[in-house]
Design a protein around this ligand. Structure first.
Ligand code: SF4
Ligand code: SF4
Length: 384
């Protein structure tokens, strides 16, 4: 029996456990393999929910993996979306990811086909799944916030991807990653792109199971054509509105309009502060490693011009360098057309820090939200 832990939400973990006990183990034995014994859960505790097996804390899980007390660690895809950081936590603690498996989506559990039942659990590195991906459809923005993490205010002219090239690249990327948890279409300000409907349709056609969001500051929402809202509804795409002070007076009207149109949206609290963590002096190797593994943006996997990176900075640092005549590293991008590129290589490379991380401090300086100076000054971006 393979000692197994299921990681994630307990309700989903119970469903996966039952699948293992009632369906998977029979097929595994029939195919000459070994059964799994689910001995623990690890992850979220829901009030009033009594797990059917003991629940491990994060440190207990790491300890058991270190001691080889566990042979299989399973994460249901539904529990590996957005800020899913477990692979980086294990990797940075020296724990091999070879025992980490994904359970496919719950909707795929209904099958009675033996092969599909056995394929329900797949190794982390081989599974063509990412919990999160984002892509820009405009690099510039109409708000130009100081310390915008994507440097949108430093983009001197309108910059949009070429749709045909994007479609070709994204279709190629789909060969490496064919399922995504959360997919965010953003920028800059994505509603400035007249082809936004085409990007939404493409994203949905390639990733039918993803939660897809268009992330906007909301400035253009009242002016968007009816077709935009129609495509959003047809493709089951959610608006994710980031709320900034210039929209304080008009946001109630915008929300009224969205409610009338029955648009599915989320709204952040009013952002009155921004964080700055960029520095101009490189950190040491140890500090850089710590900066990367502590950094929440390392999971903001960004797809840009046929390349993928852990975060957006490999693609947007060029704007900072051009504007201020600096030479911060623009590395960290993984070319999907590179010879021999495959899912395992891509996922392995996303686990490592890169040179640009040397310039991200582990400390963040909070500043009041404001637009950047015009022309911009270094102080708009660099931590004091
Ligand atoms: S609204 Fe968002 S993308 Fe635009 S400048 Fe501000 S932080 Fe950047
Ligand atoms: S460059 Fe590295 S440390 Fe900086 S935000 Fe990106 S992943 Fe994080």
């Amino acid at each position: 029996m393979l000692k197994t832990v299921i990681y994630g939400n307990i309700i989903i973990s119970e469903i996966v456990k039952e699948f293992i006990e009632k369906k998977y183990n029979k097929e595994a034995l029939a195919a000459g393999g070994e059964e799994m014994a689910v001995e623990y859960f690890a992850g979220d505790i829901l009030r009033g929910q009594e797990p059917s097996v003991p629940l491990l804390s994060g440190s207990e899980l790491l300890q058991k993996l270190h001691n080889n007390d566990i042979q299989i660690l399973i994460v249901p895809k539904e529990c590996a979306m957005g800020g899913f950081s477990l692979p980086w936590t294990l990797f940075s603690n020296g724990i091999s990811l070879e025992n980490l498996y994904f359970a496919d989506r719950l909707s795929k559990m209904e099958t009675t086909d033996s092969i599909e039942i056995l394929d329900y659990f797949t190794p982390f590195f081989e599974t063509k799944y990412l919990g999160y991906l984002e892509f820009h459809v405009a690099d510039h923005c109409n708000l130009n916030c100081k310390a915008c993490e994507h440097y949108s205010g430093l983009v001197k002219e309108e910059v949009y991807p070429d749709y045909d090239k994007f479609e070709k690249d994204f279709t190629k990327f789909h060969n490496l990653i064919d399922d995504i948890g959360v997919l965010r279409i953003l920028g800059g300000e994505p509603l400035m792109n007249k082809d936004i409907n085409k990007y939404m349709k493409l994203a949905r056609s390639l990733y039918p199971d993803a939660r897809i969001y268009v992330v906007t500051n909301g400035v253009l929402l009242k002016a968007m054509p009816e077709e935009f809202y129609k495509v959003m509804a047809e493709e089951n795409i959610v608006l994710s509105i980031s709320f900034y002070p210039p929209m304080k007076d008009t946001m109630p009207e915008v929300l009224k309009l969205l409610d009338e149109k029955k648009v599915n949206y989320t709204l952040t609290p009013l952002n009155t502060e921004f964080g700055k963590k960029q520095i101009l002096e490189p950190q040491s190797d140890d500090e850089t490693i710590m900066a990367f593994y502590k950094c929440s943006q390392k999971m903001c996997n960004n797809f840009y011009d046929g390349k993928v990176a852990a975060c957006f900075l490999p693609f947007t640092t060029k704007y900072f360098n051009e504007y201020f005549d600096k030479d911060l590293p623009e590395d960290g991008a993984i070319d999907i057309y590179e010879l021999g590129m495959n899912t395992r290589r891509l996922k392995e490379r996303l686990l490592y820090p890169f040179l640009r991380c040397r310039y991200c401090s582990t400390e963040t300086e909070m500043i009041p939200w404001d637009v950047m100076h015009n022309p911009s000054v270094l102080e708009d971006w660099i931590k004091a």
